[in-house]
Design a protein around this ligand. Structure first.
Ligand code: FE2
Length: 278
């Protein structure tokens, strides 16, 4: 099966720029690119920070921007979101029965489990006892492969100012996950505005660049400044088979020209390659 992982669009209302980019235009371009090139994807999972300031108008803007998607979206919350304002616009959003934007979905690839790590007033994430109880029950009731989706990573990545706002009490969360780790095929997350891959508790993981601004790789430990990165916006195209999970990062706003694989007749490989222009 195939689905799309998109994250951190940080939409604002009024058509204003955010950190030098246009978040609404960038999300609109992603939606158009997904519809044009990946209409066979089963869903688009957006792992939080749907908006930047979480006003109702921002959620209305998000709703308008993703409405053209030709496949269903699954919306998670991040630290830049607001649960009541989200619900005011996305009335069919997930609800775990306690008001958190969580849920599980059976797919042909296994059970997708979507988590809510949002904590009002905090940039860091939280996974409280109520949510933990829901997750323990949900995991216990499922059989077969699992895929986890969340905004905040439950581990440090070495970028100090982002690690300071990762998931709080990650060990408690890890204790819930650990008994099921062997059947969790992948963990998808957002928050970091960078592409990172690796594993945690033996679980393969990846996140994705945001569709607006990116975070510079800063491994010096400084906490005073978050530098935005020069990387292009991207979303992920995910293929899941019995024997592989494959995540492509797609910089969908690249408008570079196509180059024919072979040079025209009578032109050497060297001349062709060195004289091409971007
Ligand atoms: Fe974000």
């Amino acid at each position: 099966m195939k689905f799309i992982h998109l994250t951190d669009p940080h939409v604002i209302s009024g058509g204003l720029p955010l950190y030098g980019r246009d978040p609404a235009a960038s999300l609109a371009a992603a939606v158009a690119d997904i519809n044009e090139n990946h209409s066979d994807a089963e869903m688009v999972v957006i792992t939080g920070d749907l908006t930047n300031w979480a006003e109702p108008e921002s959620y209305e803007t998000v709703a308008g921007l993703i409405e053209p998607l030709s496949m269903p979206p699954v919306l998670l919350l991040g630290n830049h979101d607001d649960r009541p304002n989200f619900r005011g616009v996305f009335k069919d959003g997930m609800d775990d029965g306690s008001g958190f934007v969580q849920g599980s979905l059976k797919t042909t690839a296994g059970t997708f489990v979507f988590l809510d790590t949002h904590e009002p007033g905090s940039a860091a994430g939280t996974y409280c006892e109520t949510r933990s109880a829901w997750l323990e029950k949900t995991l216990a009731e499922t059989e077969g492969p699992l895929f986890l989706f969340m905004h905040h990573p439950p581990f440090a990545v070495g970028i100090a100012y982002m690690d300071a706002i990762a998931l709080r009490e990650p060990e408690r969360f890890a204790e819930i996950i650990r008994p099921h780790a062997v059947r969790i095929r992948h963990l998808f997350f957002g928050h970091l505005h960078r592409a990172i891959a690796g594993s945690w508790l033996g679980i393969p993981l990846s996140n994705m660049r945001g569709t607006n601004h990116q975070v510079w790789l800063e491994l010096t430990g400084r906490l005073d400044t978050i530098r935005t990165g020069p990387e292009q916006p991207a979303y992920g195209i995910v293929f899941v088979d019995d024997d592989r999970v494959l995540v492509h990062m797609h910089e969908y706003q690249n408008d570079g020209p196509d180059h024919a694989f072979a040079p025209p007749a009578g032109v050497s490989d060297r001349d062709y390659a060195t004289k091409l222009k971007d």
